[in-house]
Design a protein around this ligand. Structure first.
Ligand SMILES: O=C(O)CCC(=O)C(=O)O
Ligand SMILES: [Fe+2]
Length: 363
């Protein structure tokens, strides 16, 4: 039981009541609320660091020359190595995904979230198994997360076994299928470059099934009447090997770099790439999975599409630990072995509470 403003309230009951509307944050905004309900309030003081935004920009890498010749590819690999080690994030331009494909998925994602609530409710669920299109608000609503985020989401595993097309909503069906094909092609190239950046054969990460599974999620951040009280998405690192993120032109994504928040300014046509926790784990901390967040904003709705390379829903007993090629007597393994399923189950229980689950498996 938490006491606030002298009124006792049970966050579980209020979270459940919100959940049962099945209309998400968009439902609150459509009902023209002017005050953010208290389940969304971040603990007092936790947003006071909102101003410590650095004037740095995250690196931009141009992939235009990656297939030209060996020297050009090596130059790109050098840049990828630098950002994977020092930032964990970069923006990529000339990545090969046509602009119209990006526009279609962004529009399709927005269209779904702006459908009649009765249409969306057909997809409302918290069952994240394979082959299923799921719409809800806050995957970690019933976790230990300190507050609820100002955001609705839909998600679907699009590889290796996508659902039958007729199970996807008409609003975004074709766009999801088309975008996934391109995301896998770009993911293939990224895992090759990252393997080369580790000084290993191009196929190494793919041979470890890093590319095997794609979870596509679409975040929808409605405009927020009191942005100083809540977050769009709380500070977290991603539960994936790698994430390819498409954001619209509103902006708001920030990454934690050298203890300051750095804005990831939208660049039309660019994609944001970030290393996830599993990549940090298997590279024994050589590559970093950086913390990031999206503050709430009066402006909106903001839409982002995140494609997570992560195989957590596959029944797999494969254990992941620091790669043998990357450890030595001087550089011993920093993590114990773990299955992706075990990691993900714990990530869900914990919720987005600002800490990384990696610290729990550190040796
Ligand atoms: O909306 C964004 O820009 C970031 C979303 C994100 O970090 C996530 O879905 O994991
Ligand atoms: Fe994320």
């Amino acid at each position: 039981m938490v006491t606030k403003n002298s009124v006792e309230f049970d966050p579980y009951i209020e979270r459940k009541a919100f959940d049962e509307t099945q209309e998400g944050v968009k439902g609150l905004v459509d009902a023209k609320i002017t005050e953010v309900p208290r389940i969304f309030h971040v603990p007092q003081g936790s947003l006071t660091d909102k101003n410590s935004v650095s004037d740095l920009e995250i690196p931009i890498i141009d992939f235009a020359t990656v297939h030209v010749d060996t020297a050009s590819r090596e130059a790109v690999v050098e840049k990828v190595k630098h950002v994977a080690e020092k930032w964990g994030f970069f923006q990529v331009i000339n990545h090969g995904i046509p602009l119209n494909v990006l526009k279609e998925i962004e529009d399709g994602g927005r269209r779904f979230h702006e459908e009649d609530p009765e249409v969306k409710k057909r997809y409302f669920s918290r069952d994240f198994s394979m082959n299923k299109f799921v719409y809800n608000s806050n995957f970690d609503l019933y976790s230990a997360s300190p507050s609820v985020n100002w955001r609705d989401t839909f998600s679907c595993y699009m590889a290796p076994d996508p659902p039958p097309p007729e199970d996807l909503p008409v609003a975004c069906r074709d766009a999801m299928i088309e975008y996934t094909k391109h995301v896998i092609t770009l993911g293939d190239l990224l895992f090759e470059l990252l393997s080369e950046a580790l000084g290993l054969k191009s196929e190494t990460l793919k041979n470890m099934d890093c590319l095997k599974s794609v979870l596509m999620i679409c975040n929808y951040y409605p405009p927020c009447p009191q942005p100083d009280l809540t977050m769009g998405i709380s500070q977290h690192s991603d539960n994936s090997f790698l994430t390819i993120l498409l954001q619209d032109n509103i902006g708001g994504l920030q990454i934690l770099h050298q203890d300051s928040w750095v804005d990831v300014s939208p660049i039309p046509g660019a994609l944001v790439i970030n290393m996830g926790d599993f990549l940090q784990l298997i590279t024994n901390d050589k590559f970093v999975s950086a913390n990031h967040r999206v503050p709430a904003n009066r402006e909106g709705p903001r839409v982002s599409i995140a494609s997570f390379f992560s195989s957590s829903a596959l029944p797999s007993s494969t254990v992941y630990g620091p790669m043998k090629e990357l450890v030595s007597e001087e550089n011993p393994p920093k993590y114990r072995d773990i299955t992706i399923k075990e990691y993900t189950d714990e990530y869900f229980v914990k919720g987005l509470d600002g800490t990384s689950y990696l610290s729990n498996i550190r040796i």
